[in-house]
Design a protein around this ligand. Structure first.
Ligand code: ADP
Ligand code: MG
Length: 304
C-alpha cells in the first residue's frame, strides 16, 4: 500500500467508526461498481421482536414459544435471541435439551424433553422443514406469505415429524440504511440485496430502500456464488459485500472488498477487511461505507 492510503485508512478509523485493515483495501474501494448487502442484521438492526405466535393442533401459543426458545438456546442468530427474549419476558422456563445443531441459513434442531419424553424439535424456514419431510398445511402457507408481505420473518416449528406452528418476528431497518443505499446509487454504484430469507420478506425490505436487485432464499455457499457471478461481469465488478453473520462468511471471503459489522459473528469479522464499529447506545451506522468509497475516490482518482 502507498503511505497515503495507510494514513488515510487509519485516520478514517479513528474518526468515523470504520476500521480498515490495511491501505490496499481503501485503495481498491474507488474501483467498486457493486455493493451487496445482507438483510438480517445488516440492513436491519438485527434485534427482531416476536409479533405473532400461531400454534397448529393442540399447542398453546405459550407452549409453541417455549418449545421454540428451548431449541434456539443453542444458536446465536438474531432470530434465536428474539425468541429466547420473548420466552423470558413471558416467564416461560426453557426445556432441558441436548444434541443442539444449527444449519446456517436454514434453522436449528435439538432434542428436548417435552411432557416427560424426548422429542426432536425442528425450527427454521420452510425449505428446512420440507427437507425433513414435514408437511406444512396449505392454509398455513397463505398465512406465512401474508406475514412475509409485511416484511416479517416467519419461522416454522415441528415436533417429531408433525408441523407445530409458526412464529413471526419483525426487525427494524437501520436508521441510515435508506440514506446509505441512496448515496451509493447516486454515486453510480449498483446496490444488491442478498438474503437467506424468503423472496416476499426480501421484497418488502427492498421496496422501502429502493433496491431493485434482490436475491432471496440463498444458502451461505450460494451467497458466495452470487458475489462471484457479479465479479465475472465487467459492468458489476469489482464487488463489495456487507454482512454480519456466519452465513455471510463465504460471500465475504469471495468479495473484492469485504465489510462486516462489529455486532456480527466472530467468523464474519475475521474474514472481513473492513469492520463497521459499534458505539454504545446507537445502532451501528452503514454510512461509513459510503464515506470510505468517497474518500477512496477523492484520494486515488487524482493519482491516475
Ligand atoms: P439473512 O441472510 O437475511 O441474514 P439467514 O441466512 O441468517 O438470513 O437466515 C435465513 C433464514 O433461515 C431465516 O429467515 C430463517 O427463516 C432461517 N433461520 C436461520 N437461522 C435460524 C435460527 N437460528 N432459527 C430459526 N430460523 C433460522
Ligand atoms: Mg445476516
Amino acid at each position: 500500500a502507498t503511505p497515503t492510503a495507510i494514513l488515510v485508512g487509519t485516520s478514517l478509523g479513528a474518526e468515523r467508526g470504520i476500521l480498515i485493515k490495511g491501505g490496499d483495501v481503501l485503495e481498491q474501494m474507488h474501483l467498486l461498481k457493486t455493493v451487496v448487502f445482507d438483510k438480517t442484521g445488516t440492513l436491519t438492526v438485527g434485534q427482531p421482536k416476536v409479533t405473532d405466535c400461531c400454534p397448529w393442533g393442540l399447542y398453546q401459543p405459550s407452549e409453541l414459544l417455549q418449545l421454540a426458545a428451548s431449541v434456539e438456546k443453542g444458536s446465536n442468530h438474531p432470530l434465536a435471541t428474539a425468541l429466547v427474549a420473548e420466552a423470558q419476558k413471558q416467564e416461560l422456563p426453557l426445556l432441558a435439551g441436548e444434541h443442539f445443531h444449527t444449519e446456517a441459513g436454514l434453522g436449528v434442531v435439538a432434542q428436548v424433553i417435552w411432557q416427560g419424553s424426548p422429542q426432536r424439535v425442528l425450527l427454521g424456514n420452510q425449505a428446512w422443514l420440507e427437507q425433513h419431510q414435514i408437511r406444512i398445511p396449505q392454509e398455513v402457507e397463505a398465512q406465512g406469505e401474508h406475514l412475509a408481505q409485511g416484511g416479517k420473518t416467519v419461522i416454522y416449528l415441528a415436533v417429531g415429524s408433525e408441523y407445530g406452528g409458526l412464529i413471526a418476528v419483525a426487525d427494524q431497518l437501520r436508521p441510515d440504511a435508506a440514506q446509505t443505499v441512496q448515496g451509493l446509487q447516486e454515486m453510480g454504484l449498483e446496490v444488491v440485496l442478498l438474503t437467506g430469507d424468503r423472496p416476499t420478506a426480501a421484497r418488502a425490505i427492498a421496496q422501502k430502500l429502493d433496491i431493485e436487485q434482490i436475491y432471496a432464499q440463498v444458502s451461505p455457499s450460494a451467497k458466495a456464488g452470487i458475489v462471484q457471478t457479479l465479479q465475472n461481469s465487467p459492468t458489476t465488478a469489482p464487488v463489495a459485500m456487507v454482512g454480519d453473520g456466519i452465513n455471510d462468511a463465504p460471500a465475504l471471503a469471495q468479495a473484492d472488498v469485504s465489510i462486516a459489522l462489529q455486532s456480527g459473528t466472530e467468523i464474519a469479522m475475521e474474514t472481513a477487511s473492513i469492520i463497521l464499529m459499534a458505539s454504545q447506545g446507537v445502532a451501528i451506522p452503514l454510512h461509513p461505507v459510503l464515506e470510505a468509497i468517497q474518500l477512496s475516490q477523492a484520494t486515488f482518482k487524482k493519482i491516475r
